[in-house]
Design a protein around this ligand. Structure first.
Ligand code: DON
Length: 312
């Protein structure tokens, strides 16, 4: 049996079972409604894709439909921040979990304008600011990176969603000004928040995002191209931050239930990394109170238990 056949054979049933198990959560949770353009998404869509290091995919449901990646983009923003600034990026943002929501600015004021981690909105904004300083278009640099990693030239951001988010970005603008007041923000706030909103409005499918994340499971090397994206140690550090902070105040529970580095977005996507094996991306738009997809989380929990995926 060749490796393609054995991958397909061993994962087909597990992925179907995870999709079926997550059906129990259909209708649970609410679609993100604080970004007007996201309100209209069909709330009960669901997809999941598992990719291995050969780039083979096993998928279920709406896995090839593109959705708004939102905070999933923060993984790629962090990676681009590291590629641009190296370890200097850690002067702008910390490596600590937070028990506050992703858009909170409470700790930011108490901690001298240094966001606790790169996956909070404030953390991603600080890195976005660092990228605006070095790239003609920081959103194009992230789109280009995602196209390269996913092997899909059609990945792009949705201008309508980006503009809709910018018009109601008061909390992100507040966070940026707070950082500016503490000397942790170089560029005009509106320019950076606009670029940040564009990156959050990137649309990609579960299949594309599972492929795009494979370098994190492969010690920093994109398996599709053989290109090193980040040093091995950086890939490990990004995964460590995903495990401890990637699903915000839910991260402890995610580590308990799934046991993998994960990152969520309010578009309903969740990426999980299975070190040295592959990646999973699950998507369904209804969210729990912490901004994580209820059904995607249930599917990942089922898959992790069935296939014994926890890193612990
Ligand atoms: O800035 C925001 O609020 C959104 N563009 C992204 C938030 C997000 O996806 C949080 N994830 N669960």
């Amino acid at each position: 049996m060749d490796s393609t056949t054995s991958f397909q054979t061993s994962w087909r049933q597990r992925v179907d079972d995870a999709g079926a198990a997550a059906e129990a959560c259909r209708g649970v949770g609410e679609v993100a409604n604080y970004i007007p353009a996201l309100r209209d998404v069909a709330p009960d869509r669901f997809g999941i894709a598992v990719a291995n290091l050969d780039g083979q995919i096993v998928s279920y449901g709406d896995a090839n439909d593109r959705f708004s990646v939102q905070s999933l983009s923060k993984v790629f923003v962090l990676v681009q921040g590291y590629r641009t600034w190296g370890d200097e990026i850690w002067r702008r943002v910390g490596q600590f979990p937070s028990s506050n929501p992703f858009n909170s600015i409470v700790e930011l004021e108490l901690e001298h304008g240094i966001p606790r981690n790169p996956f909070l909105n404030s953390g991603a904004l600080a890195i976005a600011d660092s990228l605006v300083s070095r790239h003609v278009s920081m959103e194009s640099s992230i789109v280009t990176l995602l196209r390269e990693l996913s092997g899909s030239a059609e990945v792009d951001y949705n201008q309508t969603v980006a503009e809709s988010e910018f018009r109601c970005a008061d909390r992100n603008i507040a966070a940026a000004y707070l950082m500016k007041g503490h000397g942790n923000f170089a560029n005009p706030v509106a320019d950076v928040v606009r670029s940040y909103c564009a990156v959050c409005a990137i649309e990609a499918s579960c299949t594309e995002l599972a492929r795009a994340s494979l370098f994190l499971a492969n010690r920093g090397i994109c398996p599709g191209t053989g290109k090193r994206i980040v040093p091995r140690r950086t890939a490990q550090q990004v995964c460590a931050l995903m495990l401890t902070t990637g699903t915000y105040e839910h991260s402890g529970r995610t580590a308990f239930a799934i046991g993998l580095p994960t990152k969520s977005g309010v578009g309903g996507g969740i990426i999980a990394v299975i070190p040295n094996q592959g990646t999973i991306c699950a998507w369904s738009p209804r969210l729990d109170s912490t901004g994580n997809s209820v059904r995607a989380m249930a599917a990942l929990e089922n898959l992790s238990a069935a296939a014994c995926l926890s890193i612990f």
